[in-house]
Design a protein around this ligand. Structure first.
Ligand SMILES: [Zn+2]
Length: 352
């Protein structure tokens, strides 16, 4: 059986959509019909070669999707054919198969435990979480990366009390997801920072109470003004720039007993270093994040229930739709800063 897949063949060049042979399923692998996939800045960085040397070319990409399980390999026990599922790069229950390979003639096309820029994908069991069929799969796609990383930082790492103040630096899909969950947990104020006014308007619709355009003002000073000189209890940094990370550290509350916490979710370019004054670590804290400490089997059904109860604004978070064969236009739009919320790739549904 063959599938169309978008392949990265050369750094800095558009992805090439081509037909590749789907391999026989190994123990722990699952064949999934992809219906929708998200696109992330991390893939844009991969395409542009910002993640360092790429030893796996040519390779498939993509790490958040909604799809339907078609076939299961030996030993797979957590999903079955017909299941609707969220596909995520974050490891959950089941067997772990770190890589797979597709064939184009005799040429090997590499793929990781999960890739989603293809009509059918062979995916490791532990990257697949079955969900109720009541959940629309386009919205479910956001539960594969944006919500678990951005929302998980709030839900699993920060665990704010009602009324905690929070700044979110950079309001792409991840930052907007942090705002959605912070709003549900009654944080206030919720301050959104970005250089794009359209993104800031969307952040307000999703729960931000204040917005700062950091292209025109220094956001650290603006946050101190909003919080009457104290700084915020929490800052979620998603812009991934050394400067914004350092300013985030300046924006949180300095208190020996109950200092502010910065969670760095952005990925600065390979090998870049931040500079902070360690004196302020007497009180302030700074940490990283890996997938918002999400356990997919616990958190994805929680987000599904919130959505189905009308409490999670995933519809508003999706602002752009592209067909699968428009994937390069989608990444160009992301690169130019033209995407406001999350963009979703739609695949052919004829065989579903
Ligand atoms: Zn992602």
């Amino acid at each position: 059986m063959k599938t169309k897949a978008a392949i990265l063949r050369e750094i800095g060049k558009p992805l090439v959509i081509e037909e590749v042979q789907i391999p026989e399923l190994q123990p722990g692998q699952v064949l999934v019909k992809i219906l929708y996939s998200g696109i992330c800045r991390s893939q844009l960085n991969e395409i542009k070669g910002l993640k360092g040397e790429d030893k796996y070319l040519p390779h498939a990409l993509g790490h958040e999707a909604g799809g339907i399980v078609k076939e299961i390999g030996p030993g797979v026990s957590h999903v079955k054919p017909g299941d609707h599922a969220v596909l995520s790069w974050i490891e959950g229950l089941g067997m772990d198969v770190p890589s797979t390979t597709y064939l184009k003639g005799n040429e090997i096309i590499n793929a990781g435990a999960i890739t989603t820029f293809s009509e059918y994908s062979v995916i490791s069991e532990n990257r697949i979480t079955p969900i109720t069929k009541k959940m629309p799969l386009d919205k479910a796609t956001l539960l594969g990366c944006a919500l678990p990383t951005g929302g998980g930082i709030i839900l699993n790492q920060i665990k704010p009390m009602k009324g905690s103040s929070l700044a979110v630096i950079g309001v792409g899909g991840l930052g907007l997801s942090s705002i959605l969950i912070a709003d549900l947990m009654n944080c206030a104020p919720i301050i959104a920072i970005d250089i794009n006014d359209k993104k800031l308007q969307l952040a307000r619709r999703l729960g931000a109470t204040e917005t700062i355009n950091s292209a025109t003002v220094d956001f650290a000073s603006a946050i101190l003004d909003i919080t009457h000189g104290k700084g915020v209890d929490y800052a979620v940094e998603t812009a991934g720039l050394t400067e914004t990370i350092e300013k985030s550290f300046a924006s949180v509350k300095w208190d020996i007993w109950n200092g502010g916490l910065v969670v760095i979710a952005g990925n600065p370019p390979h090998n870049e270093k931040i500079s902070i004054d360690p004196f302020y670590l007497k009180g302030k804290r700074i940490t990283g994040s890996w997938g918002g400490l999400t356990k997919p089997e616990r958190d994805i059904p929680f987000y599904v229930d919130l959505y189905l109860a009308g409490k999670l604004k995933l519809d508003e978070l999706i602002t752009d739709h592209f067909k699968f064969d428009e994937i390069n236009q989608a990444f160009q739009a992301m690169d130019k800063g033209e995407l406001v919320g999350k963009a979703i790739l739609e695949f052919c549904k004829s065989e579903v």
